[in-house]
Structure formats: structure tokens, C-alpha cells
Design a protein. Structure first.
Length: 404
């Protein structure tokens, strides 16, 4: 079996490293590959300081993003059951408008019997409301789930305030850094980060390392969190897989190869995405651009407070935009000569009508949280800024001529 990366032409002959029996893993090959991937998640910039501070036990690999989210939910439920004197089901909180499946999963009563409270704006007013809820809940909230930044509005919650609330009311803080990326932000040791009160789930390992050839990988990063969890490895957070097989060696091989230049690809995409977002803000047909690094976003200070050092750190690959009402979003979408699809982190740019795909049956509800039904989400790839600007100039011209 051979895998061919779509950009760098790396060929991997998996037949030489995989036993013929499908469900048998070659441990001599599997463990070193997994170890290498975990090290890059913990220390993406290959810093000697970080290398001395981290252990691979802090990372557990799961087979998908929702598997990692469910693992964090399971950890929160189990920890709350052991630490709380109450027999009532634990409650969860989602802070900020998240990727659709996160809220849906936490809303399922068979998975989370205590239910979830949703603070969809994720702003200062919601922080005050969250404090009131935590006071009234009297220890029944087991975890606060949030994204940094959120998908698709690219809002950055105040992690310092959320960390303080988690500490004060003795609950876990679960931060999904898929969109920012662990090569861009350090959520544990930065001044604006979460310190020691978090389960960090960087499911962007699949989006950046795996999407070169479509492999799936998600990871759960367990930092020493609350009483009862000290000294635990991240494997504690991963539920018994049962009939679900672990990540296959055939997936680990290309993932390890693709992760080798992760930080370099990330830096290139950071620069292009910022240039494109700033250029789009100047276009007359564009009503709003969502990107945490632009002047309109105020160079989001919550984001800047957790940026890693160095010129390669940036604001990630996602740019969302909305056209002015007089212009046809459908015509603009169709005129953009880009690949279309709902994923992100690929080497090639990828566009989708996000709200229509994720919230088709609840468009009015989504718009109450500022998520326009006409929002387009772009995952910037490795193309040059000049190339992408030409693509957008053509599409903007098409709608301007047709709709003026």
C-alpha cells in the first residue's frame, strides 16, 4: 500500500511496516512513530526549554475530533463523580459559539445526562452570566468547554477569566485550539493562558499534520489539572475503545512524515492568511472579515497574549467573510476558483458556505449569535498571497458587475 502526499511527493511503502493481518499492529514501528508525533505536539518549535518541561504521557491520541471531545467529557464526568458529594448529574458549559458537533455532542442526554448551558456570545456579559450560573450550581458544573478561537467567527475568549472561574468554582476548563494551532499559541505557559487548570484538546493535529493526505488524528493534552487528577497520564482521559480500533499504523506512517514540516507550513499559511484577510477588509463588496490578526479585530489581545515567540507565530489558517447584502453570496461562492469543502488545514485552500452546511435547519438560531447564513469560511493553504488575491479579485468582479 502506498500513500502519496499531494504537495511534497513523499512516498511511503506501508507494506514494509505493516503485518498482513489487518488488526495486528507492529509495535516496534507503532510506538516510535506515535512517540515522534506526540513530541511534535508538545514541542512544535523544537525548543530545548519545552523539551525539558514536557512528557509524552501528557498526550493521548484518539481517532477523531469528536472522540477527543468525548474523552474530555468522560474525564470531566468521572472526575466530578469522584470529587463531588452530590448525586445529581454533572452539568457542562459551552462558552462561545463552537464548531457544531461539539455543542451537539454535549447536548445529547445519553452522553451527558446533566445537560449543557450554552453562552453563545462568549463576551464579557456572558462571563458575568457564567459566574452567576457557577454560583447557583453549587459545584454541579464539571467542565467549561471553549474554543480558541471559535469556529467560524474566530472570537477569542478571555482565558485568564475562564481559568480564574474554573479555579474558584473547582471545575475543569477544556480548550480546543484547533483553529489557532499549537505551533502558534502556548495556552499553558503564556501570560494570557490557562496555567494548570485545563484539559487542552489540540484536535488540529489532524487538520495541519493529517490533511495533507486526509489521514485522521486527534490528540488530547492533559495538563496537571485539579485535585484527583494529579500525576495522571493523558491516557486516563481516553475511554475504553471497545470495538473501535486504535489509530492504525497505516495512518501513523504518513502522519509522522507530514508532521515533520508542520511548523514551517503553519508559518507560511499564517503570513498568507493575514495578508489576505487585511486585503479583503479593503474590498467594497465585503461587509465583514473575521480574522483575529486584523486591525478590525484589534489584533485580538486575548490571542496576542498567548502567541508563541518568534516571527513565525501567527493567527492560523481560517478566514471567514460576509458580503454586503446587495451582492449574491451564491454567485461569489461559485465564481471562486477554489476547492470547495467543509474541512480545514489542507495544503490547498478550501472554501465552504459554513453556516448552510453546519446549521441548515437552524439558520435563524445561528444568526442570533452573529453567525450569518451567508458566511463563507476559507481555510488558507500553501498558495501564494498573489495567487489567492487574483482568485478573489475575479470573483468579486463577477458579483460587482452582475449585482450593481
Amino acid at each position: 500500500m502506498k500513500f502519496l502526499s499531494d504537495d511534497f511527493l513523499i512516498k511511503v511503502d506501508c507494506a514494509s511496516v505493516i503485518k498482513t493481518t489487518p488488526n495486528v499492529q507492529n509495535k516496534d514501528m507503532y510506538d516510535p512513530l506515535l512517540d515522534a508525533i506526540c513530541k511534535r505536539i508538545l514541542n512544535p518549535l523544537n525548543s530545548e526549554e519545552e523539551q525539558s518541561l514536557q512528557s509524552n504521557d501528557a498526550v493521548a491520541v484518539t481517532v477523531s475530533g469528536m472522540s477527543a471531545i468525548f474523552s474530555a467529557l468522560r474525564l470531566a464526568l468521572e472526575w466530578h463523580g469522584k470529587s463531588s458529594l452530590s448525586t445529581s448529574p454533572a452539568k457542562m458549559v459551552v462558552f462561545g459559539f463552537p464548531y457544531v458537533d461539539t455543542l451537539k455532542l454535549l447536548s445529547r442526554p445519553e452522553l451527558n445526562p446533566g445537560g449543557v448551558t450554552f453562552f453563545g456570545q462568549g463576551d464579557a456579559e456572558d462571563l458575568q452570566s457564567l459566574r452567576v450560573l457557577l454560583q447557583q450550581a453549587q459545584g454541579q458544573v464539571a467542565a467549561i468547554f471553549t474554543e480558541f478561537p471559535t469556529n467560524p467567527l474566530l472570537k477569542c475568549p478571555d482565558l485568564t477569566q475562564l481559568t480564574a472561574l474554573a479555579a474558584e468554582f473547582d471545575c475543569l476548563l477544556v480548550v480546543d485550539d484547533t483553529i489557532s494551532g499549537f505551533a502558534n499559541v502556548d495556552l499553558f505557559r503564556s501570560p494570557g493562558g490557562v496555567g494548570g487548570y485545563a484539559v487542552l484538546k489540540p484536535h488540529e493535529a489532524v487538520q495541519w499534520c493529517g490533511q495533507r493526505d486526509g489521514r485522521r488524528l486527534d490528540s488530547e493534552w492533559l495538563r496537571q489539572t485539579r485535585r484527583g487528577l494529579e500525576g495522571r497520564s493523558a491516557e486516563y482521559a481516553v475511554p475504553d475503545q471497545g470495538d473501535i480500533p486504535p489509530l492504525a499504523l497505516a495512518d501513523l506512517v504518513p502522519l509522522e512524515l507530514n508532521s515533520r514540516d508542520y511548523s514551517q507550513r503553519c508559518a507560511r499559511i499564517n503570513r498568507t492568511a493575514l495578508q489576505l484577510a487585511e486585503w479583503l477588509e479593503t474590498q467594497p463588496a465585503v461587509e465583514r472579515v473575521y480574522y483575529p490578526g486584523t486591525a478590525a479585530a484589534g489584533g485580538d489581545m486575548n490571542y496576542r497574549s498567548v502567541l508563541r515567540g518568534g516571527e513565525d507565530s501567527g493567527f492560523g489558517c481560517l478566514v471567514s467573510l460576509v458580503l454586503k447584502p446587495q451582492y449574491s453570496t451564491q454567485r461569489f461562492h461559485d465564481a471562486l476558483k477554489l476547492h470547495k469543502g467543509p474541512s480545514l488545514g489542507t495544503n490547498f485552500s478550501l472554501l465552504c458556505p459554513y453556516t448552510l452546511l453546519a446549521h441548515y435547519n437552524e439558520l435563524d438560531w445561528a444568526e442570533t449569535f452573529g453567525v450569518s447564513r451567508n458566511l463563507l469560511r476559507l481555510s488558507v493553504g500553501l498558495e501564494s498571497f498573489e495567487n489567492l488575491r487574483g482568485v478573489f479579485e475575479y470573483a468579486l468582479n463577477e458579483v460587482t458587475v452582475a449585482d450593481s
